[in-house]
Design a protein around this ligand. Sequence first.
Ligand code: BG6
Ligand code: MG
Length: 219
Amino acid sequence: MGSYQGVIFDLDGVICFTDKYHYAAWKTVADKLGIEFNETINNRLRGVSRMDSLEIILEKYDGELTAQEKEALAEEKNELYKKLLERMSPADLSPEVKATLDALRAAGLQLAIGSSSKNTKFILQRLELGGYFDAISDGTNITRSKPDPQVFLMAAEFLGLQPEKCLVVEDAQAGIAAAVAGGFDSAGLGEAAQCGQATYAMKTFAELTGICGAIPAKA
Ligand code: BG6
Ligand code: MG
């Protein structure tokens, strides 16, 4: 525990807040199918891949869909989601998050993204963080979604670090489970802080400086 050389950040719900856009896009698709979709179901989609999210939504669907029809629905959702993401700008990056990232980097830590999202690079561009991270492991380079540790193991490999030298930062229970399965320490925010499995339960993002031994950030 401690003396980390790298920090691997989940993206959605940690670096930025895309929940409302995922919700709006899935809601349009669910309404079209005439199935119930609400915030409680949306919360179950955190950290879960796009296709696995669709399967959760279809639990409320009576009919049968072919694999092709499912692909088309996921594609439709993603087009709606990407349109909404265009509204994002650097103003959506909180000063606390940016200052903390800068402080960790100044302390010599390597920083990576470990996200299930295939839109990771687009979101980072919108926030003007394209090129900021030392490594990006995302939905485009994995075959298994969280709680499988693959996305974090690949992020550590891209950084050239062993899992025990990296701290994973997550907001989803599935993400903390993935960190544990991969042999990583983890820092949880929100629901992930309450699940009891995280090495550190955080109330604020800025607490990372204390955990990593960096000089506290001035937000
Ligand atoms: C995760 C989100 O980061 O990415 C999930 O928490 C989402 O809600 C998943 O389903 C996949 O995202 P995308 O952008 O590839 O559809
Ligand atoms: Mg998340």
